[in-house]
Ligand binder design. Sequence first.
Ligand code: CO
Length: 216
Amino acid sequence: MHIDKSYQEIFVANKKWVEKKNNENPDFFSHLATEQNPDYLYIGCSDSRVHANEIMGLEPGQVFVHRNIANMVVNTDLNALSVINYGVEYLNVKYIIVCGHYNCGGIKAAMQPRDMGILNPWLRNVRDVYRLHEKELDAIENPNDRYNKLVEINVYEQCLNVIKTAEVQKSYLEKGYPRVAGWVYNLNEGVLIDLKIDFEKELNRIRKIYDLTKGK
Ligand code: CO
């Protein structure tokens, strides 16, 4: 069976990779094993075509990664929130990046009003983003343009969800980092697009309702 062959090939490829890395730098693994000191926390989609290190040109040890369907930062998701907490409080990351991508199956599914079984609660979060920006999105006539716009708007909303966390607000107030950035990866060209979200402006804007820097 074809899949068995490629499964076994993974371990062959791994051996080759270890040899290559050791040839380039004999201290590569011993150095990495002692600590991780990444400047970036990347929150992206689970999509197999979007690989954080690869598209950012970063080596192992340089980016802390969390991935899920449609790169969501959900308020009750202990997994994503634990990653943010650890990234900010223990790894002292300087940037938190939410990276969406065009041709995202999760976003596309959320745009179809139909029962997706166990995926419903997760997709609800994307559908809520759609509802929040319904006017702007429905004004776009071309369905593909509307879909791409939701990819971008969803990244923006997830950046806000990161900014709404106490860890990020308190760390930024005390140390001046992390900053939060929103990106979209264009699968067709391999190009990363910075949505240029004004972090300080957004932080100030949400303060009236979401300021968590006081108390506790
Ligand atoms: Co996706």
